[in-house]
Design a protein around this ligand. Structure first.
Ligand code: NAP
Length: 228
């Protein structure tokens, strides 16, 4: 099937590599970035069917514009990868957190994914085989939580909760919703020393490529369950 796949925050890092791997597999990729020029530059560097579109996940209107545009051009989408994220706040701890930073992290990492999902849900329902992949992190796991990176951590824990809720609701529409951890990856966010971006992206792609009887409402890295 020729799938239409939307990736957020795809101008660099894991999002860009996810877009590259989807396009290499023959999918039509809607490569989105909050800066239209960066989206176009990134798309130009990838072979295959790649469309560049502006999408600021923190902006309601931007999400609505993309939905309208894709409704006209494709009438459906099959995969949404909620990848965009900010504020890996290694500089602070929960007991002394700047709540302004926490609020910004929630706005992008939680509400951004939620906002884009709501805007694109009618198009995902049109697929019959929809997949939503929320790019999370094991750092948001309640099972092993400490006091570090508080803004980022609570945003990913909340994204995991959203994953469970949407999965429960959308199962009847044939939409599988899962959270994935790409592992520690050597990107601008992850810094040097992490694993290659291609490996992190493969961990994300696994959930985009699930068969219709695949899992939903789970939390995975490299195709294996990890603790909530
Ligand atoms: P990255 O290199 O910092 O890239 C983040 C991307 O998100 C950039 O394209 C950025 O765009 C985009 N973005 C930020 N705010 C946005 C907004 N409002 N609207 C649209 N795009 C926005 O990060 P990464 O390492 O590739 O991380 C990708 C995902 O993996 C994130 O969800 C992250 O939490 C997760 N993750 C990463 C690691 C790791 O070790 N790297 C580990 C676990 C989980 P700009 O260029 O415009 O800023």
């Amino acid at each position: 099937m020729d799938r239409v796949c939307v990736v957020t925050g795809a101008n660099r890092g894991i999002g860009l590599e996810v877009a590259r791997q989807l396009a290499a597999a023959g999918d039509t990729v809607v490569l989105t970035a909050r800066d239209e020029r960066k989206a176009a530059e990134a798309a130009a560097g990838i072979s295959g069917e790649v469309l560049a579109r502006r999408l600021d996940v923190a902006d309601e209107r931007s999400a609505a514009d993309l939905a309208r545009d894709l409704e006209k051009t494709h009438g459906r989408i099959d995969v949404l990868v909620n990848n965009a994220a900010i504020h890996y706040d290694t500089w602070q701890r929960a007991s002394e957190a700047d709540l302004g930073v926490v609020s910004q992290a929630l706005e992008t990492n939680l509400l951004g994914a939620w906002r884009v999902t709501l805007a694109l849900l009618p198009l995902l329902r049109g697929s019959g085989h929809g997949r939503i992949v929320n790019v999370s992190s094991e750092i948001g796991s309640l099972a092993s939580m400490g006091g570090g990176t508080p803004a980022y951590t609570v945003s990913k824990t909340a994204l995991n909760a959203l994953t469970r809720m949407l999965a429960a609701e959308l199962r009847g529409d044939g939409i599988l919703v899962n959270a994935v951890c790409p592992g520690w990856v050597a990107t601008d966010m992850g810094g040097p020393g992490g694993r290659p971006v291609a490996e992190g992206a493969r961990s994300v792609l696994w959930a985009a490529d699930l068969p219709d009887d695949g899992p939903t409402g789970g939390f995975f890295r490299d195709g294996r369950s990890i603790p909530w």
